[in-house]
Design a binder for this molecule. Structure first.
Ligand code: AMP
Ligand code: ZN
Length: 144
């Protein structure tokens, strides 16, 4: 546990939360600044900073628990859809540096849903740039 980490404190019961579910390695609780009704977070109990350092087993358990709860958003809350979101790094909007998956129920009823796409959809990218980024990623991955 990291003493100055708010999510470690929540997992340890030392800070308040609205809990939803707990497994051996994960904890789920409601987000206090929800982007939509029911917006919640799934975290590993073991502290990891972000996507780059979370151990594979914790990442797998968080993903599976996010899926399990996401399915219930349809039945429990009448959600019309769900977004899973992870922010890795301050420049990707991460503000709490304990890995977490956002589970964000989505609704056609916009009174329940304040999320908007952060980019303009439907704009075709530059194909040369797409191809060259694909090539540098393949090289970095050793994919030939
Ligand atoms: P991110 O920007 O991906 O790091 O998301 C951090 C999320 O944690 C935000 O959506 C916050 O509203 C949420 N958050 C911060 N502190 C708390 C807290 N004490 N209880 C519940 N959610 C929190
Ligand atoms: Zn932590």
């Amino acid at each position: 546990m990291s003493n100055d980490c708010i999510f470690c404190q929540i997992v340890a019961g030392q800070a308040p939360s609205a809990p939803i579910a707990e497994t051996e390695s994960t904890f789920a609780f409601m987000d206090i600044q929800p982007g939509s009704d029911g917006h919640l977070l799934v975290v590993p109990k073991r502290h990891s900073t972000d996507l780059r350092d979370i151990p594979a087993d914790d990442l797998a358990e968080v993903a599976l628990e996010s899926q399990r709860i996401a399915k219930h958003a349809y039945s429990a809350w009448d959600a019309d859809g769900v977004n899973l979101l992870n922010c890795c790094g301050a420049d990707a909007w991460q503000t709490v540096f304990h890995f977490h998956m956002h589970v964000i129920p989505r609704y056609r009823d916009k009174d329940k849903d304040r999320l908007r796409l952060p980019f303009e959809p439907g704009i075709r990218g530059n194909q040369d740039l797409i191809d060259s980024l694909a090539a540098s990623m393949r090289e970095s991955l050793g994919e030939g």
